[in-house]
Design a protein around this ligand. Sequence first.
Ligand code: HEM
Length: 127
Amino acid sequence: MEEWLLYVIIAAVVVLASSWFLRPTKAAPVKAPVAGVKAEKAAAATKPKKEFYTAEEVAQHSSGDDCWIIIEDKVYDVTSYVNEHPGGDAILNNAGGDSTTGFLGDQHPIERVREMIEEFYIGKLQK
Ligand code: HEM
């Protein structure tokens, strides 16, 4: 092979290789906000501002992504806490209904959970 042809091939390989290494890379993706913070903000934004709720209204919120519970005639929107609950889906046993018995069960250190639940209070149960 002609010597000059060899140089041309080597030069071509060097150019191709360096253009591969110097190619523009994708910009780092913008970090999504932490899910919990997002859920809290969403909950705060949609927090209903009524004094009383009927049992029928509470019953409309009976799923893992929209969960209200009644404890001692008070209504709590615990939606943002469902995925953080150390007791898992047990919090959904009476979603949309009266959860007093479950909440006051032996599994809970009662002083602590009584403080925690106040964050989720939205109103009283209409009797
Ligand atoms: C409403 C019905 C609820 C039921 C049936 C329920 C059930 C349970 C169960 C079975 C556990 C034990 C988990 C384990 O040790 O493996 C647990 C733990 C816990 N739950 Fe609930 N839960 C309910 C609501 C709530 C609510 C509304 C809160 C707070 C706002 C809460 C806070 C906690 C905490 C902090 C623990 C960990 C306790 C500890 O071991 O220190 N729970 N729950």
